[in-house]
Design a protein around this ligand. Structure first.
Ligand code: F6P
Length: 322
């Protein structure tokens, strides 16, 4: 039987643990005698034919590294008909049997289209610090980003307490509040502001005054970047509350760094499941974790929405802040 030929691409925003996923895919595929090709710089590399053959040595010493050795890109071309056609044509020229795509919901949406046009089966491994991919309760990189942000908030808390200040701390999450909710509950934040429930400044002020009347001398609000503009919020608050209000954005620090145990383990479990399914001849699916089990699902390409557990975490954080 002809050897399977499998491509691997990391696309969209990088997430800690992507390298552990690449390593596991490469070595598991090689163990099954498949040929492995890396697509460099995300879908940009697929369009521009930027490929490299991957061996076991190509993935040595990367399990502990953040980012992605294959590089990645935000690729606008892949959102157009022309870009999708070129990507599909290039994939066909390579005679690949499968393309493993490691990334977020946008990456999966493009993968579905590329697969439809080329006939090459695309397999999704969810990796994003946002944790907002339909089909899985957790993504590679989320746990690392949460821990990085939490460490920063704990440090900011020292200044908040010492100076009796009200801090607005911005975390990532353009369209989703998973990171903000998780960090907020773990940090004991007084406010968690997320895009799914657009914040109302008057309500924030009212709640601030209520908590102040209960003897609180410092407070922290965790603001998901997509909920509202942080500086606008700070300026509004400065006019209306009797506290020194400060803004701190954690930013890209959350996207990088050494992946945590959880991010690495998830990367390994997702990737080995994906390769196992490939050798079984399964097509067009994604892997995920649901009820603590590694599962395979249809590649939906949708965003995950807040579930009951996360909404409960939000309520709990609010209750415990008083
Ligand atoms: O990867 C997801 C994410 O981290 C979002 O939370 C954030 O808004 C976005 O990426 C920013 O990404 P970039 O600046 O790389 O486009």
């Amino acid at each position: 039987m002809a050897k399977l030929s499998v491509g691997i691409v990391t696309a969209g925003g990088d997430a800690p643990g992507m390298n552990a996923a690449i390593r596991c895919c490469v070595r598991s595929l090689l163990a099954g005698e498949a040929k492995v090709l890396g697509v460099r710089r995300g879908y940009k590399g697929l369009i521009e034919k930027d490929f490299e053959s991957l061996t076991s040595r190509s993935v040595s010493g990367i399990i502990n590294l953040g980012g992605t050795i294959l590089r990645t890109a935000r690729c606008d071309e892949i959102k157009s008909e022309l870009g999708l056609d070129v990507a599909a044509k290039n994939l066909n020229e390579l005679s690949l049997d499968y393309l493993i795509v490691i990334g977020g919901d946008g990456t999966f949406r493009a993968a579905k289209e590329i697969s439809r046009r080329s006939g090459v089966a695309c397999i999704g491994i969810p990796a994003s610090i946002d944790n907002d991919i339909d089909g899985t309760e957790e993504t590679i990189g989320f746990d690392t980003a949460v821990n990085t942000a939490l460490d920063a908030v704990d440090k900011i808390r020292d200044t908040a307490i010492s100076h009796e200040r009200f801090f607005i701390v911005e975390v990532m999450g353009r369209g989703s509040g998973f990171l903000a909710i998780t960090v907020g509950l773990a940090a004991g934040a007084e406010f968690i502001l997320i895009p799914e429930k657009p914040p109302n400044v008057n309500n924030i002020i009212e709640r601030y005054r209520m908590m102040k009347s209960l003897g609180k001398t410092s407070m922290i609000a965790i603001l998901a970047e997509g909920a509202m503009d942080g500086l606008t919020l700070v300026n509004e608050l400065k006019k209306k509350v009797d506290a020194e209000v400060r803004f701190s954005s954690i930013g890209y620090i959350q996207r990088g760094g050494v992946p945590t145990v959880r991010s690495r383990i998830l990367a390994n479990l997702f990737s080995s499941k994906a390769v196992e399914m490939i050798f079984e001849g399964k097509k067009d699916f994604m892997v995920g974790i649901v009820d603590n089990k590694i599962v395979e699902k249809t590649l939906s390409g949708k965003k995950r929405v807040l579930c009951e557990r996360e909404l409960g975490m939000l309520d709990l954080a609010e209750k415990l802040a008083i």
